[in-house]
Design a binder for this molecule. Structure first.
Ligand code: PLP
Length: 372
Protein backbone atom coordinates (compact mmCIF):
# COMPACT_ATOMS: atom_id res chain seq x y z
CA UNK A 1 0.00 0.00 0.00
CA UNK A 2 1.12 3.56 -0.70
CA UNK A 3 0.06 5.55 2.34
CA UNK A 4 -0.94 9.12 1.49
CA UNK A 5 -3.19 9.97 4.40
CA UNK A 6 -0.80 11.71 6.80
CA UNK A 7 -3.43 14.21 7.97
CA UNK A 8 -5.66 11.37 9.21
CA UNK A 9 -2.81 9.69 11.07
CA UNK A 10 0.90 8.96 10.70
CA UNK A 11 2.85 5.70 10.90
CA UNK A 12 4.37 5.09 14.34
CA UNK A 13 8.12 5.82 14.17
CA UNK A 14 10.28 2.71 14.85
CA UNK A 15 12.11 4.66 17.58
CA UNK A 16 8.77 5.40 19.25
CA UNK A 17 7.63 1.77 19.14
CA UNK A 18 10.95 0.71 20.69
CA UNK A 19 10.63 3.24 23.51
CA UNK A 20 7.10 2.07 24.27
CA UNK A 21 7.87 -1.66 24.25
CA UNK A 22 9.06 -2.12 27.89
CA UNK A 23 6.06 -0.12 29.11
CA UNK A 24 3.72 -2.59 27.43
CA UNK A 25 5.30 -5.79 28.66
CA UNK A 26 7.29 -5.34 31.86
CA UNK A 27 6.70 -1.95 33.40
CA UNK A 28 3.04 -2.00 34.27
CA UNK A 29 3.03 -0.20 37.62
CA UNK A 30 0.53 2.59 38.22
CA UNK A 31 2.49 5.86 37.84
CA UNK A 32 0.47 7.36 40.68
CA UNK A 33 1.42 4.58 43.15
CA UNK A 34 4.12 5.31 45.74
CA UNK A 35 6.09 2.08 45.04
CA UNK A 36 9.55 2.18 43.47
CA UNK A 37 8.02 0.94 40.19
CA UNK A 38 5.30 3.54 40.41
CA UNK A 39 7.92 6.23 40.94
CA UNK A 40 9.89 4.98 37.97
CA UNK A 41 6.79 5.19 35.77
CA UNK A 42 6.01 8.67 37.09
CA UNK A 43 9.56 9.82 36.35
CA UNK A 44 9.31 8.48 32.78
CA UNK A 45 6.07 10.42 32.31
CA UNK A 46 7.72 13.61 33.53
CA UNK A 47 10.59 13.12 31.06
CA UNK A 48 8.01 12.66 28.30
CA UNK A 49 6.15 15.79 29.41
CA UNK A 50 9.40 17.80 29.14
CA UNK A 51 10.06 16.37 25.67
CA UNK A 52 6.62 17.39 24.43
CA UNK A 53 6.93 20.84 26.04
CA UNK A 54 10.36 21.37 24.46
CA UNK A 55 9.12 20.43 20.98
CA UNK A 56 6.11 22.71 21.45
CA UNK A 57 8.33 25.61 22.49
CA UNK A 58 5.61 27.46 24.43
CA UNK A 59 6.79 29.26 27.56
CA UNK A 60 5.14 30.29 30.82
CA UNK A 61 2.68 27.49 31.24
CA UNK A 62 2.17 23.77 31.79
CA UNK A 63 1.11 20.77 29.78
CA UNK A 64 -1.49 18.19 30.77
CA UNK A 65 -1.88 14.88 28.97
CA UNK A 66 -5.34 13.98 27.69
CA UNK A 67 -6.85 11.03 25.84
CA UNK A 68 -6.84 12.85 22.49
CA UNK A 69 -6.73 16.31 20.99
CA UNK A 70 -10.51 16.14 20.76
CA UNK A 71 -10.62 15.89 24.56
CA UNK A 72 -8.07 18.71 24.92
CA UNK A 73 -10.21 20.95 22.69
CA UNK A 74 -13.44 20.08 24.52
CA UNK A 75 -11.71 20.79 27.80
CA UNK A 76 -10.23 24.12 26.63
CA UNK A 77 -13.55 25.40 25.31
CA UNK A 78 -15.98 24.09 27.92
CA UNK A 79 -13.62 24.66 30.86
CA UNK A 80 -12.97 28.27 29.81
CA UNK A 81 -16.69 28.97 29.54
CA UNK A 82 -17.13 27.42 32.99
CA UNK A 83 -14.69 30.00 34.42
CA UNK A 84 -15.83 32.96 32.33
CA UNK A 85 -15.76 36.36 34.01
CA UNK A 86 -19.08 38.20 34.12
CA UNK A 87 -19.95 39.94 30.88
CA UNK A 88 -17.76 37.76 28.64
CA UNK A 89 -19.94 35.18 26.96
CA UNK A 90 -18.86 35.26 23.35
CA UNK A 91 -16.74 32.77 21.38
CA UNK A 92 -15.35 33.52 17.93
CA UNK A 93 -14.16 30.74 15.67
CA UNK A 94 -13.79 30.01 11.96
CA UNK A 95 -15.88 27.98 9.52
CA UNK A 96 -12.91 25.77 8.53
CA UNK A 97 -12.06 24.53 12.04
CA UNK A 98 -12.05 20.82 12.84
CA UNK A 99 -15.32 19.29 14.07
CA UNK A 100 -13.80 19.01 17.55
CA UNK A 101 -13.92 22.81 17.74
CA UNK A 102 -17.05 23.52 15.70
CA UNK A 103 -19.26 20.87 17.31
CA UNK A 104 -18.12 21.81 20.83
CA UNK A 105 -18.83 25.48 20.08
CA UNK A 106 -22.29 24.57 18.75
CA UNK A 107 -22.92 22.57 21.91
CA UNK A 108 -21.92 25.59 24.00
CA UNK A 109 -24.13 27.84 21.86
CA UNK A 110 -27.01 25.53 22.73
CA UNK A 111 -26.30 26.38 26.38
CA UNK A 112 -26.31 30.13 25.98
CA UNK A 113 -22.87 31.03 24.63
CA UNK A 114 -22.97 33.73 21.95
CA UNK A 115 -21.15 32.09 19.03
CA UNK A 116 -19.70 33.75 15.93
CA UNK A 117 -18.35 31.49 13.18
CA UNK A 118 -16.37 33.62 10.74
CA UNK A 119 -16.19 32.80 7.02
CA UNK A 120 -12.88 32.44 5.18
CA UNK A 121 -11.74 33.89 1.87
CA UNK A 122 -11.78 31.74 -1.27
CA UNK A 123 -8.21 30.59 -0.53
CA UNK A 124 -9.10 29.47 2.99
CA UNK A 125 -7.32 32.39 4.69
CA UNK A 126 -8.95 34.65 7.25
CA UNK A 127 -9.84 38.24 6.49
CA UNK A 128 -7.94 39.79 9.41
CA UNK A 129 -9.72 43.15 9.13
CA UNK A 130 -13.07 41.43 9.42
CA UNK A 131 -11.72 39.41 12.32
CA UNK A 132 -10.46 42.47 14.19
CA UNK A 133 -13.80 44.26 13.72
CA UNK A 134 -15.54 41.34 15.45
CA UNK A 135 -13.47 41.65 18.62
CA UNK A 136 -15.26 43.45 21.43
CA UNK A 137 -15.36 43.47 25.23
CA UNK A 138 -17.87 40.59 25.28
CA UNK A 139 -15.44 38.11 23.69
CA UNK A 140 -14.29 35.44 26.10
CA UNK A 141 -12.37 33.13 23.79
CA UNK A 142 -11.20 32.89 20.19
CA UNK A 143 -10.42 29.53 18.59
CA UNK A 144 -8.35 29.54 15.39
CA UNK A 145 -6.32 26.55 14.22
CA UNK A 146 -2.69 26.80 13.08
CA UNK A 147 -2.76 24.42 10.09
CA UNK A 148 -5.97 23.16 8.53
CA UNK A 149 -6.33 19.38 8.42
CA UNK A 150 -8.21 19.29 5.12
CA UNK A 151 -6.48 21.93 3.01
CA UNK A 152 -3.22 22.60 4.89
CA UNK A 153 -3.82 26.38 5.01
CA UNK A 154 -1.91 28.16 7.80
CA UNK A 155 -3.39 30.97 9.84
CA UNK A 156 -1.16 33.71 11.34
CA UNK A 157 -1.99 32.63 14.89
CA UNK A 158 0.68 34.79 16.59
CA UNK A 159 -0.71 38.00 15.06
CA UNK A 160 -4.27 36.83 15.80
CA UNK A 161 -3.30 36.12 19.43
CA UNK A 162 -1.99 39.70 19.79
CA UNK A 163 -5.33 41.11 18.58
CA UNK A 164 -7.25 38.78 20.88
CA UNK A 165 -5.17 39.76 23.89
CA UNK A 166 -5.66 43.46 23.14
CA UNK A 167 -9.40 42.81 23.37
CA UNK A 168 -8.86 41.18 26.77
CA UNK A 169 -9.90 37.72 25.54
CA UNK A 170 -8.20 34.32 25.57
CA UNK A 171 -6.80 32.57 22.53
CA UNK A 172 -7.12 28.82 21.92
CA UNK A 173 -5.44 27.13 18.99
CA UNK A 174 -5.79 23.63 17.60
CA UNK A 175 -2.17 22.87 16.68
CA UNK A 176 -2.76 19.22 15.83
CA UNK A 177 -1.60 19.56 12.21
CA UNK A 178 1.10 22.13 12.98
CA UNK A 179 2.92 20.50 15.90
CA UNK A 180 5.96 18.54 14.71
CA UNK A 181 5.53 19.81 11.15
CA UNK A 182 5.97 23.60 11.18
CA UNK A 183 7.02 26.11 13.84
CA UNK A 184 4.24 26.26 16.40
CA UNK A 185 2.99 29.86 16.62
CA UNK A 186 3.68 31.73 19.84
CA UNK A 187 0.85 33.56 21.51
CA UNK A 188 -2.11 31.27 22.27
CA UNK A 189 -3.10 30.72 25.90
CA UNK A 190 -4.34 27.20 25.19
CA UNK A 191 -2.87 24.81 22.61
CA UNK A 192 -4.24 21.36 21.73
CA UNK A 193 -2.00 18.67 20.21
CA UNK A 194 -2.14 14.96 19.41
CA UNK A 195 0.53 12.23 19.39
CA UNK A 196 -0.72 10.19 16.46
CA UNK A 197 -0.19 13.02 13.97
CA UNK A 198 3.55 13.13 14.77
CA UNK A 199 4.39 9.41 14.45
CA UNK A 200 3.34 8.68 18.02
CA UNK A 201 0.63 6.38 19.40
CA UNK A 202 -3.12 6.92 19.16
CA UNK A 203 -5.07 7.56 22.35
CA UNK A 204 -3.05 10.44 23.75
CA UNK A 205 -3.12 14.19 23.26
CA UNK A 206 -2.28 17.18 25.41
CA UNK A 207 -3.42 20.65 26.34
CA UNK A 208 -0.80 23.31 26.95
CA UNK A 209 -2.10 26.07 29.25
CA UNK A 210 -0.62 29.47 29.94
CA UNK A 211 -0.28 30.06 33.68
CA UNK A 212 -3.50 31.64 34.88
CA UNK A 213 -5.52 30.49 31.83
CA UNK A 214 -6.12 26.90 32.96
CA UNK A 215 -9.70 25.86 32.14
CA UNK A 216 -11.94 24.33 34.80
CA UNK A 217 -11.60 20.51 34.83
CA UNK A 218 -13.82 18.52 32.51
CA UNK A 219 -12.99 15.12 34.01
CA UNK A 220 -13.24 14.65 37.75
CA UNK A 221 -11.85 11.84 39.87
CA UNK A 222 -8.45 11.05 41.34
CA UNK A 223 -7.03 14.55 40.88
CA UNK A 224 -4.20 13.63 38.50
CA UNK A 225 -2.54 16.29 36.32
CA UNK A 226 -2.56 18.94 39.11
CA UNK A 227 -6.21 18.22 39.77
CA UNK A 228 -7.09 19.42 36.28
CA UNK A 229 -7.57 16.13 34.44
CA UNK A 230 -8.30 13.05 36.48
CA UNK A 231 -7.58 9.52 35.31
CA UNK A 232 -4.57 7.21 35.52
CA UNK A 233 -1.98 8.22 32.96
CA UNK A 234 -0.63 5.56 30.61
CA UNK A 235 3.18 5.49 30.87
CA UNK A 236 3.32 3.60 27.57
CA UNK A 237 1.39 6.30 25.70
CA UNK A 238 3.15 9.17 27.46
CA UNK A 239 6.66 7.87 26.70
CA UNK A 240 5.56 7.22 23.11
CA UNK A 241 4.32 10.80 22.80
CA UNK A 242 7.57 12.08 24.34
CA UNK A 243 9.76 10.04 21.99
CA UNK A 244 7.72 11.16 18.96
CA UNK A 245 8.00 14.81 20.04
CA UNK A 246 11.75 14.54 20.59
CA UNK A 247 12.20 12.97 17.17
CA UNK A 248 10.03 15.61 15.49
CA UNK A 249 12.06 18.32 17.21
CA UNK A 250 15.39 16.80 16.12
CA UNK A 251 14.24 16.19 12.56
CA UNK A 252 12.15 19.31 11.98
CA UNK A 253 14.30 20.84 9.21
CA UNK A 254 14.90 17.43 7.60
CA UNK A 255 11.20 16.53 7.58
CA UNK A 256 10.16 20.00 6.41
CA UNK A 257 12.60 19.99 3.46
CA UNK A 258 11.58 16.44 2.53
CA UNK A 259 7.93 17.50 2.40
CA UNK A 260 8.71 20.51 0.16
CA UNK A 261 10.49 18.19 -2.31
CA UNK A 262 7.62 15.71 -2.21
CA UNK A 263 5.09 18.47 -2.96
CA UNK A 264 7.04 19.55 -6.06
CA UNK A 265 7.37 15.97 -7.26
CA UNK A 266 3.67 15.26 -6.72
CA UNK A 267 2.48 18.39 -8.55
CA UNK A 268 4.77 17.54 -11.47
CA UNK A 269 3.63 13.89 -11.59
CA UNK A 270 -0.08 14.79 -11.52
CA UNK A 271 0.31 16.97 -14.63
CA UNK A 272 -2.14 19.60 -15.87
CA UNK A 273 -5.85 19.91 -15.12
CA UNK A 274 -5.69 19.92 -11.32
CA UNK A 275 -6.54 22.91 -9.13
CA UNK A 276 -5.12 23.22 -5.60
CA UNK A 277 -7.82 23.82 -2.98
CA UNK A 278 -6.72 26.55 -0.59
CA UNK A 279 -3.78 28.94 -0.64
CA UNK A 280 -0.52 27.54 -2.01
CA UNK A 281 1.61 30.24 -0.36
CA UNK A 282 0.11 30.02 3.14
CA UNK A 283 0.22 26.30 3.43
CA UNK A 284 1.88 23.27 4.96
CA UNK A 285 3.09 21.47 1.84
CA UNK A 286 2.56 17.96 3.20
CA UNK A 287 -1.11 18.49 2.40
CA UNK A 288 -2.01 18.48 -1.29
CA UNK A 289 -5.76 18.96 -1.59
CA UNK A 290 -6.70 19.13 -5.26
CA UNK A 291 -9.70 18.92 -7.54
CA UNK A 292 -10.28 18.22 -11.17
CA UNK A 293 -13.33 19.11 -13.19
CA UNK A 294 -15.60 16.10 -13.72
CA UNK A 295 -13.73 13.68 -11.44
CA UNK A 296 -15.74 11.49 -9.06
CA UNK A 297 -13.31 11.38 -6.12
CA UNK A 298 -15.13 8.56 -4.34
CA UNK A 299 -14.84 6.42 -7.47
CA UNK A 300 -11.16 7.29 -7.79
CA UNK A 301 -10.54 6.11 -4.24
CA UNK A 302 -12.51 2.90 -4.88
CA UNK A 303 -10.56 2.24 -8.11
CA UNK A 304 -7.15 2.71 -6.47
CA UNK A 305 -7.56 0.38 -3.53
CA UNK A 306 -3.82 0.06 -2.86
CA UNK A 307 -3.30 3.81 -2.47
CA UNK A 308 -4.56 5.29 0.80
CA UNK A 309 -5.78 8.83 0.24
CA UNK A 310 -8.89 10.64 1.19
CA UNK A 311 -11.82 12.78 0.13
CA UNK A 312 -11.17 15.54 2.63
CA UNK A 313 -11.01 14.96 6.33
CA UNK A 314 -11.30 11.42 7.65
CA UNK A 315 -14.54 12.45 9.38
CA UNK A 316 -16.04 14.00 6.26
CA UNK A 317 -15.07 10.91 4.24
CA UNK A 318 -16.79 8.63 6.73
CA UNK A 319 -20.03 10.59 6.84
CA UNK A 320 -20.53 10.86 3.10
CA UNK A 321 -21.24 14.58 3.59
CA UNK A 322 -19.26 16.96 1.39
CA UNK A 323 -16.54 18.60 3.42
CA UNK A 324 -17.57 21.74 5.36
CA UNK A 325 -14.08 23.12 4.73
CA UNK A 326 -14.33 22.87 0.95
CA UNK A 327 -17.79 24.38 1.06
CA UNK A 328 -16.42 27.24 3.20
CA UNK A 329 -14.00 27.98 0.30
CA UNK A 330 -17.05 28.48 -1.90
CA UNK A 331 -16.80 25.13 -3.71
CA UNK A 332 -20.15 23.78 -4.85
CA UNK A 333 -21.21 20.19 -4.22
CA UNK A 334 -19.76 18.95 -7.54
CA UNK A 335 -16.38 20.63 -7.04
CA UNK A 336 -16.15 19.35 -3.47
CA UNK A 337 -16.98 15.82 -4.66
CA UNK A 338 -14.20 16.01 -7.24
CA UNK A 339 -11.57 16.87 -4.61
CA UNK A 340 -8.98 14.57 -3.07
CA UNK A 341 -6.45 15.04 -0.31
CA UNK A 342 -2.96 13.58 -0.60
CA UNK A 343 -1.04 13.70 2.67
CA UNK A 344 2.61 12.75 2.87
CA UNK A 345 5.60 13.15 5.15
CA UNK A 346 8.62 11.60 6.81
CA UNK A 347 8.33 8.03 5.54
CA UNK A 348 6.90 8.77 2.08
CA UNK A 349 9.41 8.11 -0.68
CA UNK A 350 9.45 10.28 -3.76
CA UNK A 351 9.19 7.19 -5.96
CA UNK A 352 6.00 5.86 -4.36
CA UNK A 353 4.41 9.31 -4.34
CA UNK A 354 5.20 9.87 -8.02
CA UNK A 355 3.85 6.38 -8.88
CA UNK A 356 0.63 7.06 -6.98
CA UNK A 357 0.16 10.52 -8.53
CA UNK A 358 0.68 9.18 -12.06
CA UNK A 359 -1.89 6.46 -11.43
CA UNK A 360 -4.36 8.92 -9.92
CA UNK A 361 -3.95 11.22 -12.93
CA UNK A 362 -4.36 8.31 -15.39
CA UNK A 363 -7.53 7.10 -13.65
CA UNK A 364 -8.94 10.65 -13.62
CA UNK A 365 -8.36 10.97 -17.38
CA UNK A 366 -9.91 7.52 -17.96
CA UNK A 367 -12.97 8.58 -15.93
CA UNK A 368 -13.34 11.71 -18.05
CA UNK A 369 -13.23 9.65 -21.26
CA UNK A 370 -15.73 7.13 -19.91
CA UNK A 371 -18.15 9.86 -18.80
CA UNK A 372 -17.77 11.93 -22.00
N1 PLP B 1 -7.88 18.82 15.16
C1 PLP B 1 -7.36 18.55 13.97
C2 PLP B 1 -6.93 19.68 13.09
C3 PLP B 1 -7.22 17.22 13.54
O1 PLP B 1 -6.71 16.97 12.34
C4 PLP B 1 -7.62 16.19 14.41
C5 PLP B 1 -7.57 14.78 13.97
O2 PLP B 1 -8.07 14.43 12.94
C6 PLP B 1 -8.14 16.52 15.66
C7 PLP B 1 -8.24 17.85 16.00
C8 PLP B 1 -8.54 15.47 16.64
O3 PLP B 1 -7.39 14.81 17.12
P1 PLP B 1 -7.51 13.42 17.93
O4 PLP B 1 -7.56 12.35 16.89
O5 PLP B 1 -6.29 13.34 18.79
O6 PLP B 1 -8.76 13.51 18.73
Amino acid sequence: MIYLDYQATTPVAPEVAKTMQPWIEEKYANPHSPSRWGNEAEAAIEVARKQVEKALGAKGGSLAFTGSATEAINWALKGTVEKAPKGRNRIITVATEHAAVLDTCEWLAGRGVDLTVLPVLLDGCLDLDLFERELDERVLLVAVMMVNNEIGVRHPVSAISDMVHKAGALMMSDAVQAFGRVDVCKGPDLIAISAHKIHGPKGIGALWMRKGSEPAPLIHGGGQEQGLRSGTLSPMLCVGFGAAARLADERCTLDYDHVQKLWNAAVHALGPGWIVNGSVGHRYKGNLNIRREGVDAARLIADLRDVAFSLGSACASGSGRPSHVLRALGLDYRAARSSIRLGFGRYTTQQELVDACRRIAAHAVAQEKLDA
